[in-house]
Design a protein. Structure first.
Lengths: 241, 263
């Protein structure tokens, strides 16, 4: 906890004015904008693709499903710097499939997709497993279409799972560093996210500037943790009702 | 519902994002046989980087295991002021950028930091040396053991512990004979996750280590250094070794998870 206190104290060293100047530096603002937009995009992509993946893992059955289930956690186990390097090998200048997104904003989204992939899958999967199939069958026998059954019966049940998965993915994406370093090229105003910006400030000896932007990220992390707590609380209350 | 379209989407997504990139790196590394990869891995600085990573992990994992179990016990079995705060702080490293963690340590222990002058006076090299790298690694891997143990502790309840105590067991005996055996799979699972996180830590260590080649360079820092020195083969070889460890971690998790759930 002390390190966090030192961080907050240091960000205020030059007073409120100094803090504000550091936070509103055009480079810092551009980096923060990119961080938030890319994280948002990645969270939403995760919501859709993660839910589909969880669905396939729970309801579908095919050879290799167990392996697929194990692979989902790979981003938790693989060092982020390795993740960045492997993505560059497939989607970089020497891409064997002819897709080169290196040093572009797409590469930011791609790297963030990799590191956040497990979250929504792992929050939705257990809920789907517990879900009572009878409700769906009842809905279907009463003439509801597949889509309507999903929207009216399944979605409300798995929504808290999706939301807490999104919040976790967003939190991870906002702070991500290792996987972005290699593939994005860290171009200021283009592919430089906040954590890379902070790293750059530290390297050039501007501790206060780094601390100011870091405090903004810290506040975002706290807010997300709180909202995850609230989502969990609401979800369990719903269960007990 | 027809299943195959969703199946194709899910598998395609995993192939494109996870399996494909890793497969390409495997292929590129061993394109010309095992020898180039081997000679890249046996460079003295690379060997040193792996040794350093192992030393840091060997310190950080036991510390976090003890701390995680103690915290989990405190959160589930005791009530004290500030418990909610402890609960929130345990999760914080999961949501916090590793660079921010590194920066916080940097500011606390740096020359102008709160402890900086004290360290200076006692001639202790903290930043750009092993101690700061260990502390950074411990910080980012704090949550894993506690997060695995807390739900298990809640689930098993404290009936058996109370029974042991009424039969005259001391707190210590109760812990070793009753509590620990029933949470062991959760602890092991947490230890594996902690180990993976320690081996792979990059951002926080990058800030506090100063990245001195052959001195404070860990395996993950070495990957980047090799890449920036245009030694792709070297970067790939180290990455593959780290990836193999990650895959071993995954396999172990798959074996342990059912046991943990049935414990």
């Amino acid at each position: 906890m002390l390190p966090i206190a030192a961080l907050v104290a240091s960000s205020g060293e030059d007073g409120w004015r100094g803090f504000w100047d550091a936070v509103s530096d055009p480079g810092a603002v551009a980096a923060l904008k990119l961080t938030l937009l890319a994280s948002l995009a990645v969270s939403l992509l995760n919501a859709v693709l993660g839910t589909i993946t969880a669905w396939v893992l729970v309801r579908d059955d095919f050879r290799g499903k167990a392996a697929m289930n194990a692979i989902i956690d790979l981003p938790f186990a693989l060092p982020t710097i390795v993740a960045g390097l492997t993505l560059l090998a497939l989607y970089g200048p020497k891409s064997p499939v002819g897709i080169d997104v290196a040093y572009s904003r797409t590469s930011v989204v791609l790297a963030l997709l990799f590191v956040t992939l497990p979250f929504v899958v792992r929050t939705v999967q257990p809920v789907l497993q517990e879900l009572d199939r009878e409700m769906e069958e009842a809905a279907k026998s009463l003439g509801a279409s597949e889509l309507k059954t999903f929207r009216r019966v399944i979605l409300p049940n798995i929504l808290p799972g999706i939301l807490s998965g999104i919040a976790l993915a967003f939190a991870k994406a906002v702070g991500e560093f290792g996987s972005l370093v290699i593939i994005t090229g860290n171009l200021p105003y283009k592919t430089e996210v906040s954590s890379v910006y902070i790293f750059g400030r530290i390297e050039s000896g501007d501790g206060t500037g780094a601390a100011a932007t870091a405090v903004v990220l810290l506040a975002i992390s706290f807010a997300l943790l709180l909202s995850i707590g609230v989502i969990r609380h609401v979800a369990t209350r719903h269960e007990h009702a | 519902m027809r299943r195959w379209p969703l199946r194709v989407v899910a598998i395609g997504y995993l192939l494109a994002i996870l399996v494909g990139p890793l497969a390409i790196v495997f292929w590129r590394t061993f394109e010309d046989g095992v020898d180039p990869a081997w000679s890249a891995l046996t460079q003295p600085d690379t060997v040193h980087a792996f040794e350093l990573t192992l030393i840091i992990t060997a310190i950080a994992v036991p510390v976090n295991t003890v701390f995680g179990v103690v915290c989990a016990l405190a959160i589930v079995r005791r009530s004290f002021p500030g418990k909610g705060l402890l609960n929130a702080f345990i999760d914080l490293p999961l949501a916090l950028s590793p660079v921010v963690v590194g920066l916080a340590l940097f500011l606390l222990y740096g020359r102008e930091g709160w402890f900086g002058s004290w360290l200076d006076r006692h001639d202790i090299q903290f930043l750009f040396a092993l101690p700061s790298m260990v502390v950074a690694t411990i910080f980012v891997s704090i949550p894993f053991v506690a997060r695995e143990v807390v739900p298990t502790l809640r689930e098993i309840g404290d009936d058996q512990e109370q029974a042991a105590r009424t039969l005259g067991a001391s707190g210590w005996q109760t812990f070793w004979r009753i509590t620990l055996p029933s949470i062991r799979w959760a602890v092991i699972y947490g230890v594996i996750l902690t180990t993976a996180r320690c081996l792979g830590e990059y951002g926080a260590v990058a800030v506090v280590s100063g990245r001195l080649q052959g001195e404070t360079e860990t395996a993950t820092l070495r990957v980047q250094e090799r890449y920036e020195s245009f030694d792709l083969a070297g970067a790939y070889a180290i990455s593959i070794l780290l990836a193999v460890v990650a895959i071993a971690v995954l396999l172990t998790m798959t074996v342990i998870r059912p046991r943990e759930e049935h414990a």
